[in-house]
Write a protein that binds this ligand. Structure first.
Ligand SMILES: C[S@@+](CC[C@H](N)C(=O)[O-])C[C@H]1O[C@@H](n2cnc3c(N)ncnc32)[C@H](O)[C@@H]1O
Length: 223
């Protein structure tokens, strides 16, 4: 689906299928409960999703927060025009603004958000792009940046291959997902490529998180 010339109907179906796959494998309910919710200090918070794709993760986060009486003002960005066209075709969701933009564009605008997140973006990036997205995240996040990604395992690969082969057809979900698992980091590998201010954490069911907390970094600075 990274190929700009890939079949458009199959790509649009893939964005829709990723809503289901992400709900099952991406662990955002847990990430919301352990990383985001404990840091809420008011009834409204801002959140940026970098590389939103089909936007399903932010719609799920908006729902989870709403149940807790919290309004998330969400900006969901992706520079890919096809992702932008897909999310624009969906019914509007209160509190979510989709923009065709990169994290660098928002840094240039001087934007700030309480929370900066991404899902399944890190393993897509070259070393240079990864460094840039992490540096952008540091500039954009005032409370927490948390990038969630797949953790590479043989069992996860085998299960994903079998299950998506049964349920998802005429979609890039299976083939691209398997490439993504092969490209993804183990937690120590992710830790090794993160800047010192970041931490890699494992999450159950084959996930890794890259976490940056500005307040913790400031507190750790020597006087
Ligand atoms: C595999 S997709 C993930 C889509 C979605 N987050 C999901 O989990 O289904 C990765 C997306 O990241 C976007 N991306 C890569 N670098 C980016 C950047 N610096 N700023 C914003 N989006 C970026 C790409 O355009 C691509 O759509």
């Amino acid at each position: 689906m990274d190929d700009p010339d890939c079949d458009l109907p199959t790509l649009l179906r893939t964005y829709a299928h990723f809503r289901i796959v992400n709900a099952v494998v991406a662990g955002w309910r847990l990430t919301y409960l352990t990383e985001l919710r404990p840091r809420f200090t008011g009834t409204t918070h801002t959140l940026l999703d970098i590389g939103t794709g089909g936007g399903d993760v932010v719609r799920a986060l908006a729902r989870l927060a709403r149940r807790d009486g919290i309004r998330l003002d969400i900006t969901a960005i992706d520079p890919d025009p096809r992702a932008a066209a897909y999310v624009e075709s969906l019914p509007a969701t209160d509190g979510i603004r989709y923009r065709r933009a990169s994290s660098a564009d928002l840094v240039t605008e001087g934007a700030k958000f309480d929370f900066v997140i991404s899902n399944h973006v890190l393993h897509h990036l070259s070393a240079r792009e990864l460094g840039a997205v992490l540096a952008d995240s540091e500039r954009l996040a005032s409370v927490l940046a948390v990038h969630s990604d797949i953790r590479r395992t043989r069992l996860g690969y085998a299960l994903y291959s079998v299950i998506t082969g049964i349920f998802f057809h005429r979609s890039f979900v299976r083939d691209d997902g398997l490439i993504s698992i092969r490209r993804s980091y183990l937690t120590p590998e992710l830790d090794a490529v993160l800047p010192a201010r970041w931490m890699a954490r494992s999450q159950p069911l084959w996930r890794t998180l890259a976490v940056f907390e500005p307040a913790a970094t400031t507190a750790a600075q020597p006087n």
